[in-house]
Design a protein around this ligand. Structure first.
Ligand SMILES: [Zn+2]
Length: 394
């Protein structure tokens, strides 16, 4: 079963792609696909017409209408029509789903709804940041998945409202009137046993339900993860290919560029800390680490010589106290960990210390394991310790 995820012109492409990626990350019978350029072009041109009409009407109603402080609102049917236009342009099957992600408000201010006549869903993409501590891509992906399942199950929105749990029980079928209500639903991210029985009884495939539950679980973890303001650190594992993974945070991968990784590994190797003004004495270590991270194999002697030059120049720049290279990498490492973990938790992993003082990574080194040969000596076990010592950052 295909689910075509499409976007309004004003919904950012980057955000859109994040949502699609989350949905595609969960294997199962529901196959989430991105919208086509031709289909999008047509939807967007229609949106433009609707907008022009909206503007004209607003001005007729009030001559000094202030657009800076108003956003367009459309009726549900207008969203469904937009999606159906896409359906026709792309000659989709009637069974195919369309999920339209849109920042445009709708007449009843619902955050999502589906059509009675066709497998068409819209989701409002705005304002999530105010209510939820996580990336809006998660609640939006949650809704995309849950609406497909609910449409299969309930067919029409009246049925859904009729069956919904009026008081939230932490089930997909909780009726949430406000965006803030949905926090509870996302935190539990479950489908209650009664609803599962009803769904299976109504012919919803078990593997569809499983696919939804797996995605919900991801949303849930992300929510809990962001909400624990001061969570305990995770064990850090360096894979055979030198990928940095945080095992206790769902195996989250921290993606550092080779030179950033070189600096990170250098500080990991030196729990006692490093004075930046003495960095020249680490030049050989830096070069040895960077060399191992360079997977490029030169084809001939000329390339070999160029590579040698680059390795040695980069190691020099990183360890030259008059060069800014090391400080830049330290800043970038910090911002990457912060982006992935939030500022509080990033403190365990980024390189801390005041100007002129020792700089160090605070993570307890019993929590580090390393399968690669990046460090010349075996300073970390190759298998993660189960009883690693957790610590709080002061
Ligand atoms: Zn339920």
């Amino acid at each position: 079963m295909k689910v075509h995820v499409i976007r309004s012109f004003d919904y950012s492409k980057v955000e859109y792609e994040k949502v699609v990626k989350l949905l595609q990350g969960q294997a199962g019978p529901l196959q989430f696909v991105k919208g086509t350029a031709a289909g999008h072009a047509q939807v967007w041109s229609q949106e433009k017409k609707l907008f022009d009409r909206y503007v004209a009407a607003a001005f007729r109603y009030k001559k000094d209408f202030d657009f800076a402080n108003h956003t367009m609102s459309l009726g549900w049917n207008e969203f469904f029509d937009l999606a159906d236009m896409y359906r026709e342009t792309n000659r989709l099957l009637a069974d195919d789903f369309i999920v339209l992600l849109t920042p445009v408000s709708n007449s009843n201010n619902w955050f999502t709804s589906f059509s009675k006549e066709s497998n068409t869903i819209f989701i409002h993409t705005e304002d999530w940041g105010r209510y939820l501590p996580c990336d809006p891509a998660y609640p939006i992906a949650y809704l995309a998945m849950s609406q497909v399942v609910e449409k299969i199950y309930y067919k029409d929105i009246q049925e859904k409202v009729h069956h919904a749990h009026p008081t939230p029980v932490g089930c997909m079928s909780d009726f949430c009137q406000k965006k803030s209500d949905i926090i509870f639903k996302l935190r539990t991210a479950d489908i209650c046993p009664d609803c599962i029985d009803d769904m299976v009884g109504a012919g919803v495939r078990g593997d569809v339900i499983n696919q939804a539950i797996m995605l919900f679980e991801k949303t849930r973890n992300e929510m809990l993860f962001r909400q624990r303001f001061k969570q305990l650190p995770s064990r850090l594992h360096i894979s055979r290919g030198n990928v940095i993974q945080l095992l206790d945070y769902q195996g989250k991968v921290i993606d550092l560029a080779p030179l950033e990784k070189t600096v990170f590994f250098l500080f990991l190797k030196h729990p006692e800390g490093i004075l930046l003004k003495n960095r020249a004495q680490y030049r050989q270590e830096v070069e040895a680490i960077y060399r191992k991270l360079t997977i490029y194999t030169p084809g001939d002697e000329v390339q070999q010589a160029e590579l040698e030059k680059e390795l040695s120049e980069s190691a020099r720049a990183l360890t030259d106290p008059l060069d800014n290279s090391m400080s830049e990498k330290i800043t970038r490492i910090k911002s990457k960990f912060t982006k992935e973990l939030g500022a509080e938790t990033a403190k365990y992993y980024s390189i801390q210390g005041e100007r002129g003082q020792l700089r160090k990574i605070l993570l307890n080194r019993t929590m580090v394991s390393c399968e690669s040969s990046i460090f010349t000596e075996d300073i970390f076990p190759s298998v993660p310790l189960e009883d690693a010592v957790f610590q709080e950052v002061q």
